[in-house]
Unconditional design. Structure first.
Length: 93
């Protein structure tokens, strides 16, 4: 999972500097969260700030119910794109 959000934020900000044409997609298990665990609130804060600069989304193998458990009940509002079940099911803000 993301361990140094400041570094990732710096890199994304440098590459994308308010570029809404850029889409940053994140895997759920092992990237946004430890495998099958709940997201750290700091990661959500980072994603909220990143979303002001680029379009963000997540991709995961689990169904949306499990992703809601991991990322929170308002996950569909936090991300521009949400891909469940390895991309077979998609949600767009």
């Amino acid at each position: 999972f993301i361990t140094d959000t400041k570094l990732v934020c710096f890199i994304m900000s440098t590459l994308a500097a308010s570029e809404k044409r850029v889409i940053a997609l994140f895997d759920v298990d092992g990237t946004l969260t430890p495998a099958r665990k709940v997201v750290d609130p700091k990661v959500l804060e980072f994603l909220a700030s990143l979303r002001g600069k680029v379009t963000i989304g997540f991709v995961g193998g689990s169904d949306l119910k499990k992703q809601l458990e991991q990322l929170g009940p308002n996950v569909l509002e936090l991300f521009d794109y949400c891909f469940s079940e390895n991309g077979l099911v998609a949600y767009k803000q």
